[in-house]
Design a protein around this ligand. Structure first.
Ligand SMILES: [Zn+2]
Length: 257
């Protein structure tokens, strides 16, 4: 069986000496693909270097909505140069965060829009973070989609069934992370059962959001198997089928060129 962790951050601060072991454990668990996500220019560049070196890795370049107010003057140029270089497979992570609300909302919207247009210009998928902001994010994505095609991943989805249905209608893919495995997350599991299998992705969001039974500890891509198992059970699908479909979805999105 093969699995694909569609969203992880493998920065050296969190995976100093043991990144080779982390990747080896992921492969041993059947995680043959993963997408390493940037949140600033520096870690986006590092993600691209790592993805070039390692088999089965894709990467995304972007500036996280919670970081846009701290971005250096040249950081957006570095992101656009990196994306234009053809070394990245997606744009992001970008989006809107009304929960932490550390960066001014207008600035978050401005950067989100820049990422959207960059992804559209280059025909790359867009990796979107939302927190208590899905309504505004869907409105901006709808506007973008009225201009032209755009592949969208709503990562670590935590919206309602109605919001999931709206996102699916817009053509989005929905990524589910470790919190869907928590005992208290019955509602989110129910939402996940309503998403068409061809639009589902699984992710760890490493080093955050560890699934059960690793909750509270540093996460790593190999743990995505636990999220997959939980979702397959909730949906009443054989794990083999669920793993094959979510892996194919991620490959289609991130490895089309
Ligand atoms: Zn992330």
């Amino acid at each position: 069986m093969e699995f694909f962790d569609s969203h992880c951050h493998l920065d050296p601060m969190r995976y100093g000496g043991d990144l080779p072991d982390v990747l080896a454990r992921a492969r041993a668990a059947g995680v043959t693909g993963l997408t390493v996500i940037g949140t600033r220019a520096a870690d986006s560049e590092a993600a691209a270097d790592l993805a070039c070196r390692e088999q089965g890795l894709a990467c995304a370049a972007g500036i996280h909505p919670n970081d846009v107010h701290e971005a250096e003057p040249d950081e957006w140029d570095r992101i656009t140069r990196l994306v234009a270089s053809g070394r990245v497979q997606a744009v992001g992570e970008t989006g809107l965060d009304w929960y932490r609300d550390v960066a001014p909302r207008d600035l978050q919207r401005d950067f989100f829009e820049r990422h959207v247009r960059l992804a559209q210009k280059l025909g790359l998928p867009l990796v979107v973070h939302t927190r208590e902001s899905i309504r505004d994010a869907l409105d901006m994505l709808r506007e973008a989609l009225s201009r032209g095609p755009l592949a969208v991943v709503l990562h670590a989805f935590t919206g309602t069934t109605a919001e999931a249905a709206e996102a699916v209608d817009l053509g989005c893919h929905l990524g589910f992370a470790g919190m869907v495995t928590f005992r208290s997350a019955a509602d989110l599991r129910t939402v996940a059962t309503t998403v068409p299998l061809e639009r589902l992705l699984i992710e760890t969001d490493s080093p955050f959001l560890s699934p059960e039974p690793f909750r509270g500890r540093r996460n790593e891509p190999g743990h995505v198997v636990h999220t997959a198992r939980c979702l397959a059970i909730a949906r009443g699908e054989p794990l083999e089928k669920f793993a094959a479909a979510t892996t194919a979805n991620a490959r289609r999105l991130f490895f089309k060129r």
